[in-house]
Design a protein around this ligand. Structure first.
Ligand code: AMP
Ligand code: ZN
Length: 113
């Protein structure tokens, strides 16, 4: 399958990894939109948020707990951070392998652009 995030997950393409276990990987976004911009994703190929299945419930909970761990490790948990999932084209999804953007280190605006 020609998926850039699958290739990053199985190390065919290098990335700046900050966390990894058997189920997920987290690395710095190549085009950061904030002082911290980390992508957290399941190693398993899931195209969009809409493609989640009952069996993925635990995986998604795990992703959020690791996001919190990253926030503490990188010490932006006190100031706060934003987690974003773009689901499909209109929301801005460009890579069709589910990923969670973690943004921190500056004041965020609302509504988002
Ligand atoms: P989205 O638009 O929500 O699908 O997000 C895709 C994100 O992947 C964008 O923020 C890109 O900057 C990022 N990205 C694309 N290629 C790479 C790469 N090779 N390494 C790290 N981040 C990437
Ligand atoms: Zn993939």
């Amino acid at each position: 399958m020609d998926c850039i995030f699958c290739k990053i997950a199985n190390k065919e393409i290098s990335s700046n990894i900050i966390f990894e276990d058997d189920k997920i990987i987290a690395f710095h976004d190549i085009n950061p939109q904030a002082p911290y911009h980390i992508l957290v994703l399941p190693k398993k190929h899931i195209e969009t948020l809409l493609d989640l299945k009952e069996e993925d419930k635990e995986l998604i909970g795990h992703i959020y707990l690791i996001i919190n761990k990253i926030a503490k490790d990188l010490k932006f948990e006190q100031r706060g951070y934003r987690v974003v999932v773009n689901c499909k084209e209109e929301a801005g999804q460009t890579i069709f392998h589910l990923h969670f953007h973690v943004l921190a280190g500056r004041t965020m605006e609302w509504p988002p652009g």
